[in-house]
Ligand binder design. Structure first.
Ligand SMILES: [Zn+2]
Length: 170
């Protein structure tokens, strides 16, 4: 995303060609950085299958997605992942391992930025599966029979890595 005005002095900022380049104010010299936004998500696994959620909201409405979302300020990715899973699925889960960190681009309406998502492999230990928040359906998928309509780019890499992780650690 690009900022239009300086947050320090209010002057108009120079427009950069690449939307993620830092913008420095020509009046006061203040630099506005465009960092990746931190997210966290969970691969909920049971009997060799993974739980995907169907998005009820744009972008990628009605596509399958991994449960997760944006972190709050100061929130550890692990805590954010547990919170998002509880909000979206109603499940309490136990962490089995950290899968990895993934970069993606989020582009919706006039917003465009990078995301940096931490993913954990987890298993359900309680709660009750129920659609809520920005999710309208769930399904358990075998890792060799995933749906075609998957939201965003990075979940393809995440699910590929999960397949390897399951062979190795499960
Ligand atoms: Zn300024």
């Amino acid at each position: 995303m690009r900022y239009k005005f300086c947050s320090n002095c209010g002057a108009q900022l120079p427009l950069t060609i690449y939307p993620f380049t830092a913008q420095t104010c020509t009046r006061c010299g203040h630099t506005h950085y465009h960092n990746s936004r931190p997210c966290a998500g969970g691969l909920i696994v049971r009997d060799g299958r993974v739980l995907l959620v169907k998005r009820a909201v744009e972008p990628f409405k009605d596509c399958w997605d991994l449960p997760g979302g944006f972190l709050e300020a100061g929130e550890h990715p692990r805590d954010g992942m547990l919170r998002e899973i509880r909000e979206e699925t109603g499940l309490d889960v136990r962490v089995l391992g950290f899968l990895g960190a993934y970069i993606d681009r989020y582009h919706f309406q006039d917003e465009e930025f990078f995301t940096l998502s931490s993913y954990y492999v987890v298993e359900p230990i309680g709660g009750e599966l129920r659609a809520q928040d920005d999710v309208n359906a769930f399904a358990w998928f075998a890792l060799d029979a995933l749906p075609d309509a998957i939201a965003f780019e990075h979940p393809h890499a995440v699910l590929r890595d999960l397949r390897e992780w399951m062979k190795r650690d499960f």
